[in-house]
Design a binder for this molecule. Structure first.
Ligand SMILES: C[S@@+](CC[C@H](N)C(=O)[O-])C[C@H]1O[C@@H](n2cnc3c(N)ncnc32)[C@H](O)[C@@H]1O
Length: 226
């Protein structure tokens, strides 16, 4: 391949990768279609939801829901609960809303166009939070995870999933991604970390953790300075 050919190819790959970070326009719709139909993507999302142990009345939040595959799975488990989602791509909000239209009409699913660094007010605390192949794209993952921890009830669960999609990714790439997720969760104050692996190519890693019970030292009401 000529140098120009190689440069153009690299540019095209970079442009397509950007579409998975924040799908926009026609190419973004195509990225959403791929995520909604790729077998490994479907299996990864269903597996992640199964690990979160969702109960019928749970309130759940997904950050970076993409085409809304996990949102539909969560709704199937939280049959008397509520599923919330945020994604900073308008194209993904539209695709996920179409995919979950009946549950939205029934006021069981609530999707918002928002970034993890500017989350809306959700009212009551969540029982569980999920993010699949999204944390690596957040501007400040530790700050984002701290913000999410404040939205979780004491003892609430979080599941972060990573299946590296970079060319040449291997089992080692997944292991490093899992370690990074564990470090981020620890720095954000989560406890009881445990990791699971799904045998895809490359494998997907899911790191689960809990929001520890309230620490009175964190309560601003106890601060003599007010
Ligand atoms: C690779 S896609 C994964 C989508 C979905 N979780 C799945 O596995 O099918 C990443 C998604 O995270 C969203 N995202 C990335 N950064 C975000 C942020 N800062 N706030 C909210 N959503 C974000 C993107 O718009 C995209 O829909």
């Amino acid at each position: 391949m000529t140098t120009i050919g190689a440069t153009l190819k690299q540019r095209a790959i970079r442009a397509m990768v950007r579409q998975f970070h924040q799908p926009r326009g026609l190419a973004g719709r195509l990225a959403g279609w791929i995520m909604a139909h790729r077998d490994s993507n479907l299996r990864r999302n269903r597996w992640a939801v199964s690990l979160l142990d969702i109960g019928p009345t749970d309130r759940v939040l997904e950050v970076g829901f993409g085409p809304g595959i996990a949102i539909a799975e969560l709704t199937g488990r939280a049959t008397r609960g509520h599923v919330y989602g945020v994604d900073h791509s308008e194209v993904m909000v539209r695709q996920a809303a179409r995919r979950n239209a009946a549950a939205i009409r029934a006021h069981r699913v609530h999707l918002a166009h928002a970034s993890v660094d500017r989350l809306p007010d959700f009212g009551e605390p969540f029982d569980a939070v999920l993010a699949v192949n999204s944390v690596g794209m957040w501007p400040d993952p530790v700050e984002g995870l701290r913000r999410i921890r404040r939205l979780l009830r004491s003892g609430g669960r979080i599941a972060l999933v990573s299946q590296p999609r970079c060319p040449g990714a291997t089992r080692d790439t997944t292991a490093r991604a899992a370690q990074e997720l564990q470090d981020l969760l620890t720095r954000a104050g989560f406890t009881r970390l445990r990791a699971e692996t799904l045998e895809l190519d490359p494998p997907a890693a899911c790191v689960l953790a809990d929001n520890p019970a309230d620490d009175p030292a964190d309560d601003p009401a106890d601060d003599p300075a007010g």
